[in-house]
Design a protein around this ligand. Structure first.
Ligand code: GTP
Ligand code: MG
Length: 255
């Protein structure tokens, strides 16, 4: 059976690990076989028990000792080393065999999106079976310029990794109702965002870039989700189904 690789990607603290847990639990509840994979060698405490864990091969403590570097240098070396175990990860993931493979990526987004490892992992596992759930940080996204910055980050991940994206608004439960409505409106309606950018500051210096994002079709409706309430897990699932099975059902992935 084909496996689908769901990469949780987003800036530090956006909620990747909790969403990994919540989505996995939701799939369990629906009796859809899935496994979780931790790709963060620096993770100290995870809210879930990964079925496959990069820390079996690579830990920051070992790197700091072996290469005589501090924690930041170790993060970078750790990220680069992940590509060297891509084949081992693939073997373990295939051995587990679950149709849904949820992959939690390193805390700092650029370690996965900018360095080569992310690209290598996706290529080794299979680009055509991969999808990225991109998490917008709710606190940053709730101002117009913050939202636009998040959209740039999200777009940079798609340019770099070249896999389809399901953009989600993480931790939607922390926003007030009116804030949530605003963020969702901006993701649906670039003109509404532009108006609010103008209200925020008289001159929108990023105007040309804004138009570029709009012309490239990079504004897409955000799916609000919450790992705390479980809200939106069905929408992530539907998004994945739509992508791989054109909305057909789904028996193929359900055992
Ligand atoms: N209210 C609320 N808090 C959340 C939610 N998801 C995560 N959090 C909190 O946000 C913090 C960061 O969540 P993580 O899932 O660890 O975020 P991450 O992106 O994996 O973070 P790093 O890997 O450390 O960069 C934790 O303290 C969680 O308790 C959510 O849906 N709602
Ligand atoms: Mg994490």
């Amino acid at each position: 059976m084909d496996q689908v690789f769901v990469f949780m990607v987003g800036t530090a603290g956006a909620g990747k690990s909790y969403l990994t847990k919540a989505f996995s639990e939701w799939l369990d509840f629906k009796k859809i076989d899935n496994i979780t994979v931790n790709l963060d060698p620096g993770a100290e405490k995870l809210p879930y028990n990964p079925d496959i864990d990069v820390r079996e091969w690579i830990t920051l403590a070992d790197i700091m000792e072996k290469y005589d570097v501090g924690p930041n240098g170790a993060q970078i070396i750790g990220a680069d080393l992940i590509s060297t175990i891509a084949k081992d990860l693939k073997d373990e993931i295939e051995y587990e065999g679950a149709p849904y493979v949820i992959i939690d990526t390193p805390g700092q987004m650029e370690l996965f999106t900018m360095r080569r490892s992310g690209e290598v992992i996706i290529r080794v596992l299979g680009r055509e079976r991969s999808v990225m759930v991109y998490l917008f940080d709710p606190v940053v996204s709730k101002t117009p310029s913050g939202f636009l910055s998040c959209l740039f980050m999200c777009s940079s991940a798609v340019f770099r990794l070249n896999v389809p994206q399901i953009p989600v608004l993480a931790k939607a439960d922390v926003l007030e109702e009116h804030e949530l409505e605003k963020v969702l409106e901006w993701s649906n309606d670039p003109d509404a965002l532009y108006d609010d950018l103008l209200k925020e500051s008289e001159k929108v210096l990023s105007g040309e870039l804004f138009y570029m994002l709009r012309e490239l079709g990079l504004f897409r409706p955000l799916i609000p989700v919450s790992a705390v309430t479980g809200y939106g897990m069905d929408d992530i699932y539907d998004g994945i189904q739509e992508l791989f099975y054109g909305g057909d059902d789904l028996e193929k992935l359900i055992y």
